[in-house]
Write a protein that binds this ligand. Structure first.
Ligand code: AVI
Length: 324
């Protein structure tokens, strides 16, 4: 990509970010989109979060990938023929690496296609994975999920297994999540599969603690979006004047995060002025939790058939294989 195109892309991304932020903060109630948490600083804070005592989902899914690798591999094997293993939002591929290593050891013919919105992530994976996993065929795809899935379809006609891990599906309200999975299904053919990581309903105290950690990492994670807005959109949020508040409703399974304005204040973002009442909140993120039955219902509504469910030892997290 030449420099001109790169600049254009960055400008378009910033324009979209600005319009989403202004739309969200002019709505009632105010809201921001959690997909914007992940700038370079947000990525670092999320890494800290994944290592903190209360945030259990990463360790639970890591346990499934490290201890039940053979079962996972068998569940996605299909008829044993070659396939493409496509990962949406691959990140550092730490969990998937267990499965990739196992498949290589078994001599399975597959190509790993990580998709990520961050070009840093894709460059890192393209460079490092073939070194740590000799013999790995990898094609990294940098861009939006569905655009890159179409790119994967253009590149190969082999059977597809799509991985969507980490309970990222929970960061959408349920109707949107079903719409997203339906759209995924439209990009797949009969025999293709989805390997999806889903956080399950459990003790409400355990869930709430994971999103309200003692050290305040989740608070920093949320406030970082205000700092990103300051930096990228010429705004003047004072993060000292916002507090983090998390709730979990065990009935619906919705865990929600908010930033609450601790005083009446005015914030400038570019040419826009946003007013906050004291105690007015910004809705920041949903992290939806499910029962097993709810996930099966979701699969069926999105035209998939659930074929295998694997759990960690506490049964707090599930990796399910759904057939298209
Ligand atoms: C990425 N996603 C699945 C995380 C979650 O658990 O909802 C993001 C997160 N937000 C606060 N803590 C972690």
């Amino acid at each position: 990509m030449n420099t001109a195109t790169l600049t254009e892309t960055t400008d378009a991304k910033t324009a979209q970010f600005y319009s989403d932020v202004i739309d969200g903060l002019k709505s009632t109630p105010k809201r921001l989109q959690s997909k914007y948490f992940y700038d370079a600083n947000g990525d670092k804070i999320f890494q800290e979060l994944m290592n903190c005592e209360e945030y259990y989902p990463t360790n639970c899914e890591l346990e499934i990938f490290s201890k039940k690798t053979a079962e996972l591999a068998a569940a996605i094997a299909g008829d044993g023929g070659p396939f493409d293993l496509i990962e949406l939002g691959a990140g550092d591929a730490m969990k998937s690496a267990y499965l990739l290593r196992y498949l290589l050891e078994q001599g399975v013919d597959f190509t790993y296609m990580p998709i990520d919105i961050s070009d840093n992530v894709i460059c890192y994976l393209n460079e490092t994975l073939p070194q740590t996993l000799p013999g790995l065929q990898i094609i990294g795809l940098n861009g939006e999920y569905f655009n890159m899935l179409e790119e994967a379809e253009r590149l190969s006609t082999r059977r597809k297994v799509v991985m969507f891990l980490g309970s990222n599906v929970g960061n959408m309200p349920v109707p949107e999540a079903i719409g997203f999975i339906k759209e995924l299904n439209r990009h797949l053919s009969p025999g293709d599969m989805l390997l999806i990581g889903i956080d399950l309903k459990k003790s409400p105290k355990t869930v709430l603690a994971a999103y309200n950690d003692k050290e305040g990492i989740t608070k920093r994670f949320n406030l970082n979006l205000l700092l990103r807005i300051n930096k990228e959109l010429n705004a003047n949020f004072n993060v000292e004047h916002f507090d983090h508040y998390a709730t979990y409703d065990p009935e619906t399974g919705a865990c929600k995060s908010y930033l609450v304005s601790t005083e009446a204040q005015t914030v400038h973002i570019g040419n826009e002025v946003i007013r906050f009442e004291k105690d007015e909140y910004i809705f920041m993120e949903i992290s939806q939790k499910f029962t097993i039955a709810e996930t099966e219902q979701m699969a069926l509504e999105a035209n998939f058939t659930p074929v295998r469910e694997l759990f960690d030892s506490k049964k707090w997290f599930m990796d399910a294989v759904w057939l298209a």
